[in-house]
Design a protein around this ligand. Structure first.
Ligand code: KDG
Length: 352
């Protein structure tokens, strides 16, 4: 037997024996045994279910495909990622709960529906914080983004980084929205997130929180007048077929967070964990770039498809921000004003 293989076999046997002995401690699992330390090396044949809410043709779907290819390449084909698109495995909340229960391995939701678990993620629902993607990336890829990822394990989740959903714009079936008063009375679907709901209420709209998978039918049946999402999503989900007006509000930048279920993660060897981590980061860089180009292309395509598109002036955005300020002040207190200030400081640094 080759020396390296021999050493590996001896190493794994010893590790397995140690784990067995640790697990025999008087019936009640010690904390150490409940999530045994990952073995150092070794890649097992595994099938990994990865579900998202967006379509395969969306940059998030393309990013997931890239992730699956990278994982296969890096594991010699032993780790097989099975992608499920368009909420085939359920909406964000259901898929996140499935990860926590060990029934699904990966999902990549917006941070917004996660706020029920980790309230601090609500800082990314504050309107008009970021002017461009690089500012959001500075926060997400810096100490603050890392600090929020570190809150996930206590919720049985592991975060491997942030992909890009992007700047959100408003569509509706009633009229263009060019000034703050134009929101009045509009029934707008929001994500299931209290900051979004109260911000739109402050603007005089009538918000209706619902899962992403229900949006198209709610628009088509006029249960709601409008919704807000990045351009690539508006195009991929064909909202232009039921929404004549597109207003370029760019009111919120939403990240995606790459989640792995902790029950699954703890079963992996360090080598398998590193493969998933490296692949999520590499596919994330690809996805962010693709999202940028697709959002620009989507704007041209949505205009060509007949949507009436209007800009929103900086002055009007400032007025909207003023109107929403009491909501932001309230949530800043709930989240922790130091954390909120840290975000604003990171943005200021990125603008230098
Ligand atoms: O899986 C898609 C979701 O993450 C969703 O949050 C996308 O921005 C979105 C929305 O409006 O629900």
């Amino acid at each position: 037997m080759k020396k390296w293989l021999h050493n590996t076999v001896i190493g794994c046997t010893a590790a397995a024996l140690l784990l067995f002995l640790a697990g025999c401690g008087g019936g009640k699992e010690s904390p150490a045994a409940s999530s045994p330390p990952a073995a150092a090396t070794g890649i097992q044949e595994r099938t990994i279910k990865a579900g998202i809410g967006l379509n395969e043709d969306h940059p998030e779907g393309q990013g997931l495909k890239k992730f699956a290819e990278l994982v296969s390449q890096k594991s010699g084909g032993k780790l097989k990622v099975q992608p499920y698109y368009a909420a085939q495995l359920g909406d964000d909340k259901k898929m996140t709960e499935a990860l926590q229960a060990g029934l699904q391995e990966i999902t990549i939701p917006s941070t917004s529906p996660l706020v029920g678990n980790i309230k601090e993620y609500a800082i990314f629902d504050f309107p008009f914080v970021f002017n461009e993607e690089k500012e959001a990336h500075a926060v997400l890829d810096g100490p603050l983004g890392q600090k929020l990822l570190e809150k996930l394990p206590e919720h049985n989740l592991i975060g491997l980084g942030y992909w890009e959903n992007g700047f959100r714009n408003l569509t509706n079936s009633k009229h263009p929205v060019a000034k703050a008063e134009d929101f009045k009375g509009l029934k707008i679907r929001t994500m299931q997130n209290q900051v979004h709901l109260e911000a739109f209420q402050a603007l005089g709209a009538n918000p209706s929180p619902m899962a992403f998978s229900e949006v198209f039918s709610a628009l088509e049946s006029h249960t709601v007048d409008g919704q807000e999402n990045p351009l690539a999503t508006i195009k991929s989900n064909k909202y232009n077929e039921v929404q004549p007006y597109l207003s370029l509000t760019k009111h919120v930048y939403t990240p995606f967070v790459f989640l792995v279920g902790k029950k699954f993660w703890d079963q992996l060897s360090v080598e398998e964990q590193q493969i998933l981590r490296d692949s999520a980061v590499e596919a994330g860089a690809y996805q962010r770039e693709l999202n940028r180009t697709e959002n620009q292309k989507a704007l041209d395509d949505l205009k060509a498809a007949g949507m009436q598109v209007n800009e929103v002036s900086a002055e009007e955005k400032e007025r909207m921000q003023e109107i929403i300020k009491p909501v932001i002040d309230k949530f800043a207190k709930e989240i922790g004003e130091d954390l909120v200030q840290e975000m604003y400081d990171e943005v200021a640094k990125a603008r230098q």
